[in-house]
Write a protein of this length. Sequence first.
Length: 551
Amino acid sequence: MTIILRSSRDPSAEAVWDHVTMANRELAFKAGDVIKVLDASNKDWWWGQIDDEEGWFPASFVRLWVNQEDGVEEGTSEVQNGHLDPSADCLCLGRTLQNRDQMRANVINEIMSTERHYIKHLKDICEGYLKQCRKRRDMFSDEQLKVIFGNIEDIYRFQMGFVRDLEKQYNNEDPHLSEIGPCFLEHQDGFWIYSEYCNNHLDACMELSKLMKDGRYQHFFEACRLLQQMIDIAIDGFLLTPVQKICKYPLQLAELLKYTAQDHSDYRYVAAALAVMRNVTQQINERKRRLENIDKIAQWQASVLDWEGDDILDRSSELIYTGEMSWIYQPYGRNQQRVFFLFDHQMVLCKKDLIRRDILYYKGRIDMDKYEVVDIEDGRDDDFNVSMKNAFKLHNKETEEMHLFFAKKLEEKLRWLRAFREERKMVQEDEKIGFEISENQKRQAAMTVRKVSKQKGVSYSRSVPPAYPPPQDPLNQGQYMVTDGISQAQVFEFTEPKRSQSPFWQNFSRLTCLLRLQPSVHFFESPKASVQACKTNCCALGWFFFFFFFF
């Protein structure tokens, strides 16, 4: 029997994952959106509403709120606005506080319950799957197990300690009095181990997919599940649990904070814990996005001609900023126009092709770990003996080597300075959590480049920078257009605008017009006419080569 939930008290759910869809009858939303559930008769697909839009959405992408009561907030609002009878104020406030305590207790109980179930899931993975796989050396290598299970054992050990501290803070008789906020703050550094697991999860799914094509592995994993008496979920479902769990913490803490009074002893700790866990999940999502973007970086490098030295992915994983500037290198002192690509740990220098301006040639790189950025004022520079405007330097503290850069405008210079600060911040955060690109991910990126090259053939018009998130307060850059006001999780793509015709080709066109006039004079009409035509053509060719070499 179909049950349609349409009333003033339709249950609400909070989105755990983004649901991106092109289907007309499906409801699109982002993580954190609140959805009114109108039909939950199907266990897999529910019918819901956001604002004025309705549609189907996967039930696994959302979680129902613990308490569907909405009268508390309304009642509190009415009391504060003085819309109730003064004689009923005390009774209403007492009922409101009682409901708030009950709601907080419900949220606390849900957090504790999910943590206990989560620990059991981790134990089942480690003992039911990983332990059994290690016994079958004929089926699994150490490298395969590392790819499939990642650092699941480290997560299991961390969660055991975290839940142990939660149990100490849990008030079994009066759950609403529990103070669990400090537990999240004490263990905040430990949650960063989820970054490695989430970054590796895609590789784990790919490896499992290859193994599952062999019936032996299907039977083996099913036997492991039955032996451990685990619920009827495939192994890839169990391995997804840690990824889902780290994303749920901010949602649970936000709900806990909503039902925690400001005078509660746990309020400020829960607020701080919510900020910490939001930052953790945001950084994990950002690093996962960076790993998904490495294919584009590898493809861009393959399009740059005359590449020398190590690959970009050997040290870097993100393009932070790019643009054209004038550059002077101290030993030579000659002003050169270059295109610069700032990655984490390094900045790559390229030169545009004289005729095909969308083709880039590799001209070197600067190790950003060895240089410091020096902002300089407009005026005369003693080191380079040049007049400066909108300039800054990169200074090597070990060798005293210096590079001088000139931006076209002050705004462009400020963008570069912000980008350099962002690069150093990114490097420090990566070192803090141990973020790096695995050898397997590098191989996958290289394979993708080779596959794309075979499909499209060799093309020399592909020197388009990989996607990147611009620094804060982005402004329109002359050559590459960066969209302003876009959410942080969105991937930015460079768009190459149409360029005006090069002066060289304009001059060439004018000269060819002269050349096209000469065939009307036939060389055999008279010797004098032939000599005159030759002189004219030689003159035109002389002007042609003059413009070719000097413009």
